[in-house]
Design a protein around this ligand. Structure first.
Ligand code: 13P
Ligand code: SF4
Length: 336
């Protein structure tokens, strides 16, 4: 596609306004400007919406995504969109969630990206757990495949896990697959949580020592951690929650220095959206999420391969939708 000098200069400037806060140079923006222009033009022509998780690189979040959010926000956006096609820039299970919410729409992933949590459990494992604990309700974290969701009573995300556990009628709840999140939730509920052995290989890397070092160097900083971190880390931080919970905290806190104990994409997002705050310390990269690149978005938008188009059997959609709808219903009760 050919673009005029004027179009290219304007696009470079638009990109640089956002990306400079995450260390991108004007020359870097100049290189990607033709790509973002082409993606944004084709997106309009094809009545397509691009959704991007907060763990994407800044060029995707601020160059081409129409909506940037956490797993819950994006699954709601997928449900509400009027676009015919959704290009979902995130890991595979999140795109599957969009398809379950919207079976009539075409959902495309730019790269086939897994997740250590989603890969830790199979449908047979869930059936076995049910047999072992017939009295328990089953809540699955959104980081599971569509087939696993179809075996569960309700789904949850990091932003509503506790609400969903509390809302189930059973006193015992199987919470899967995140062992560390289950440990972090247990002290917050009277219900007995039975967990699985999955772990997020990105968040489990953070240690209490990392937090102590940052505390020494920045005594006034507020430290926020994702619930997928180990309990020993969660104990030492000022706030623990999901991606969206952390964003809301940052919006409200008067603190000027913050450490985000999570994936680097969120730190990048906060640097762009809250330039008045200083994001300190180190973050961690999710190589699954970072598999998605701008060039893949363009290719997927132009001519997706069958592998990139999410296809889920009807019976799985029907059952998984029940678990997801239950989550939405319970969460909306709290939002009113
Ligand atoms: P959120 O539910 O916070 O978007 O997180 C999903 C995820 O993969 C976290 O590692
Ligand atoms: Fe999965 Fe962890 Fe990556 Fe989130 S950060 S997608 S839980 S591996």
């Amino acid at each position: 596609m050919d673009f005029s000098e004027k179009q290219l200069t304007e696009e470079t400037n638009r990109l640089f306004q956002a990306l400079k806060k995450t260390g991108w140079s004007k020359a870097d923006c100049e290189v990607i400007a033709p790509l973002t222009l082409e993606i944004n033009q084709i997106k309009k022509e094809k009545n397509t919406i691009i959704l991007g998780h907060s763990y994407m690189t800044p060029d995707i979040m601020y160059g081409v995504a129409d909506i940037v959010g956490d797993s819950y926000g994006l699954s709601k956006a997928a449900k509400e969109t009027k676009a015919d096609t959704i290009v979902f820039c995130s890991v595979h299970f999140m795109a599957e969630t969009a398809k379950i919410m919207n079976p009539d729409k075409t959902v495309i992933v730019p790269a086939i990206a897994g997740c250590s949590l989603a890969e830790s459990i199979t449908t047979n494992d869930v059936r076995e757990l049910r047999q072992n604990y017939p009295e328990a309700g089953v809540v699955c974290y959104v980081n599971t495949t569509a087939a696993v969701k179809a075996e569960c009573d309700a789904c949850c995300t990091s932003s509503n896990a506790l609400k969903i556990i509390e809302a189930l009628p059973q006193k015992k709840v199987i919470f899967l697959p995140d062992e560390l999140m289950a440990k972090n939730l247990q002290p917050l509920t009277k219900k007995k949580i039975i967990s699985w052995t999955g772990r997020c290989i990105v968040h489990e890397e953070f240690t209490p020592e990392t937090i102590e070092e940052v505390r020494k160097e920045y005594p006034n900083a507020k430290i926020l951690a994702h619930l997928e971190c180990m309990p020993e880390v969660i104990e030492k931080v000022d706030m623990a929650g999901g991606t969206e919970g952390m964003i809301k905290y940052i919006e409200k806190t008067p603190a000027k220095e913050l450490m985000l104990v999570t994936e680097c994409g969120l730190s990048d997002r906060m640097k762009v959206e809250h330039p008045e705050k200083k994001i300190i310390g180190s973050c961690a990269l999710c190589l699954y999420m970072k598999k998605i690149m701008l060039k893949d978005v363009l290719q997927a938008l132009k001519s997706p391969t069958p592998e990139q188009i999410i296809d889920i059997p009807d019976d799985v959609i029907k059952k998984a939708k029940k678990a997801l709808n239950k989550m939405v219903k319970i969460t909306e009760r709290y939002e009113k």
